[in-house]
Design a protein around this ligand. Structure first.
Ligand SMILES: CC(C)(COP(=O)(O)OP(=O)(O)OC[C@H]1O[C@@H](n2cnc3c(N)ncnc32)[C@H](O)[C@@H]1OP(=O)(O)O)[C@@H](O)C(=O)NCCC(=O)NCCS
Length: 195
């Protein structure tokens, strides 16, 4: 198994209001994290919105640390190599990490969970990144994108609305961090987008 997107992806994504060109780049076998990359990830993952919805419950209230970023990048790189999950970083025109988007394994069902976060200084990128991911995923053979969102995550719900996802119900989902269960289950709204 290996990534259904090939060895390496590097495609442009326009920021909605400024038209600035960001690059959506795979975290693949050739990726090496710089100190700036680690610092950017730590900083964004400790921003209130990102921390609240992605890390508060997974880190038991502890701050997102440099080691968390390093472990995340290793895990993401290995996921690309094995095809288990595929992560993409979006870099600003200056090369700084701005947002991240990911998709789960391509299996017989053709459906996979997607996830994302965006730094507060880089709004207006993730909607277009999701549309780009949908195109790439359709070309790679995926048939459906699935997102699980907490009811109070209004900004995430807005992204899904803008990118053509439909609310199909609710489900309990056990939280994991880097594939390891963290022993907590939450109720999520389930959204789907056929490709
Ligand atoms: C969810 C999250 C990624 C959304 O980021 P975002 O920057 O608000 O999303 P977008 O870039 O799509 O939208 C920003 C703005 O640009 C506008 N915009 C972006 N692309 C657009 C497009 N193609 N057409 C129209 N408007 C667009 C949006 O309307 C929005 O405007 P507003 O600020 O006036 O509401 C961010 O809030 C986040 O990281 N949250 C924490 C992590 C998280 O919840 N992840 C998802 C878990 S399910």
């Amino acid at each position: 198994m290996s990534s259904p997107f090939g060895e390496h992806v590097d495609v442009p994504v326009a920021q909605y209001d400024t038209g600035d060109t960001y690059r959506m780049v795979s975290i693949d076998a050739g990726y090496e994290a710089s100190e700036e990359d680690i610092a950017s990830i730590v900083s964004i993952c400790n921003e209130p919105l990102v921390y609240r919805f992605l890390f508060r419950d997974r880190l038991d209230g502890n701050a997102y640390a440099e080691q968390d970023a390093q472990e995340f990048l290793d895990w993401a790189r290995n996921g690309w190599i094995s095809g288990r999950h595929c992560f993409f970083l979006l870099r600003s025109p200056g090369g700084v990490i701005a947002t991240c988007i990911d998709i789960g394994e391509l299996d017989e069902s053709g459906e996979a969970l997607v996830g994302y976060w965006a730094g507060a200084y880089h709004r207006g990128v993730i909607t277009n990144a999701m549309d780009r991911l949908a195109e790439l995923a359709a070309d790679a053979g995926y048939r459906k994108l699935v997102s699980l969102v907490e009811e109070e995550n209004l900004r995430s719900l807005a992204v899904l609305k803008r990118t053509g996802f439909t609310h199909v119900g609710s489900q309990e989902h056990s939280l994991t961090r880097l594939d390891r269960p963290v022993g907590k289950t939450l109720k999520f709204r389930r959204y789907e987008r056929a490709l």
